[in-house]
Design a protein around this ligand. Structure first.
Ligand code: NAP
Length: 260
C-alpha cells in the first residue's frame, strides 16, 4: 500500500509509544491526526513533526474514556473531510493494586478507554476502510493479554479483550483488504508505570524495553498484516513459557514475576 497522501489516526500520542508511532509514520510521509487530553504536549509534537517531516498534522484534544468518544472522534474527522487509512489505537492505562482495594470509578474509566472506545473506533473506521477496500488497524494490547495478572486483574483482562477482539476483527475483514494487528508489549519505558502506580520488580528491571523498538515492531507487523506481535526476546520467551505450564499455575507465576 503506498503511503503517499494517506492519513493515520494515533490515540494517546502525547507520551510514550504514541510519540514513537507518530515519528515512525510521519517519516513515511503519512499525515497524522494525534489525539490525547494534554494539549500542550500534542501541540509541541505537531510542531516537531511538521518541521522534521513536512506532513499535515491535526491535533484533537479529547478524553477518550467519555461515553460515545469513538463516535464523536469519527464524526469530527468526517466534518474535517479526513479519511483514515491507518488506525492506531494506543491510548490506554493500567491500575496496579488489589482489585477490591482499587477505586472502582477509575477502573470503569480504564475499561471504557481500553475496550469500549477502542471497539467504537475499530467499528466506525473499520467500516469506512472496508467500504474503500483498504486500511490497516493496529491495536495496542499487552503481554498481559496472554494471562491473568494478579495486581493488574482488570487491566490485564481489558488487554485480553483487545487481543481476542483484534484477531477476530482481522479475520472478519480479511476479504475487504483491511488488516487488524495487536501489538503485545511487555514492560516498556514510558509513563505507564507512573500512571499505574507500580514500582519495578527485579524481573522487569531486566526485561524492560525502550519504547521506540516496541513501537517499530508494531508498525512493521501492521504493514505485514500480522494478527499480533510480541516484541523482544524476553517477552516472546514469556509467552512460550506460559504454554508449557498448566493454566492453574498462571496467577502464582505472574504474581512472582511482578513482585517489587
Ligand atoms: N509501557 C508499558 O509497559 C506497556 C506495556 C503493555 C502495554 N502498554 C500499552 O501501551 C499503550 C500506550 O501506553 P504507554 O506505555 O505509552 O503509556 P503512557 O506514556 O502513559 O501513554 C499513554 C497515552 O494514553 C493517553 N491517554 C490516557 N488516558 C486517556 C484518555 N482518557 N483520553 C485520551 N488519551 C488518553 C495519554 O495521554 P493524555 O494523558 O495526554 O490524555 C498518553 O498519550 C497503552 O494502551 C498501554 O496499556 C504499555
Amino acid at each position: 500500500m503506498s503511503t503517499v497522501s494517506k492519513w493515520a489516526l494515533i490515540t494517546g500520542a502525547s507520551s510514550g509509544l504514541g510519540v514513537d508511532f507518530s515519528h515512525i509514520l510521519a517519516r513515511l510521509g503519512i499525515n497524522l491526526v494525534i489525539v490525547a487530553r494534554r494539549q500542550d504536549r500534542l501541540e509541541k509534537l505537531k510542531e516537531t513533526l511538521k518541521k522534521e517531516y513536512n506532513i499535515k498534522v491535526e491535533v484533537i484534544v479529547m478524553d477518550l474514556s467519555n461515553t460515545g468518544a469513538g463516535y464523536e472522534l469519527f464524526d469530527l474527522l468526517l466534518l474535517k473531510e479526513i479519511r483514515i487509512d491507518y488506525l492506531i489505537n494506543n491510548a490506554g492505562f493500567g491500575i496496579y493494586g488489589q482489585q477490591v482495594e482499587s477505586d472502582l470509578s477509575k477502573i470503569d474509566e480504564m475499561m471504557r478507554l481500553n475496550m469500549i472506545t477502542l471497539t467504537e473506533l475499530c467499528h466506525f473506521f473499520g467500516k469506512d476502510m472496508a467500504s474503500r477496500n483498504g486500511g490497516r488497524i493496529l491495536n495496542v494490547a499487552s503481554l498481559a493479554s496472554f494471562q491473568p495478572c494478579p495486581g493488574y486483574a482488570s487491566y490485564a483482562a481489558t488487554k485480553s479483550y483487545v487481543l481476542n477482539f483484534t484477531q477476530a476483527l482481522g479475520h472478519e475483514l480479511r476479504d475487504k483488504n483491511v488488516t487488524a494487528t495487536a501489538l503485545c508489549p511487555g514492560l516498556t519505558e514510558t509513563e505507564f508505570m507512573e500512571v499505574a502506580g507500580q514500582g519495578l520488580s527485579i524481573y522487569s528491571k531486566f526485561a524492560i524495553m525502550k519504547s521506540f523498538p516496541v513501537a517499530n515492531a508494531g508498525i512493521k507487523a501492521m504493514f505485514a498484516g500480522k494478527q499480533f506481535v510480541v516484541p523482544g526476546f524476553m517477552n516472546k520467551f514469556n509467552v512460550i513459557l506460559l504454554r508449557l505450564v498448566p493454566r492453574s499455575l498462571y496467577p502464582k507465576l505472574v504474581a512472582y514475576f511482578l513482585k517489587e
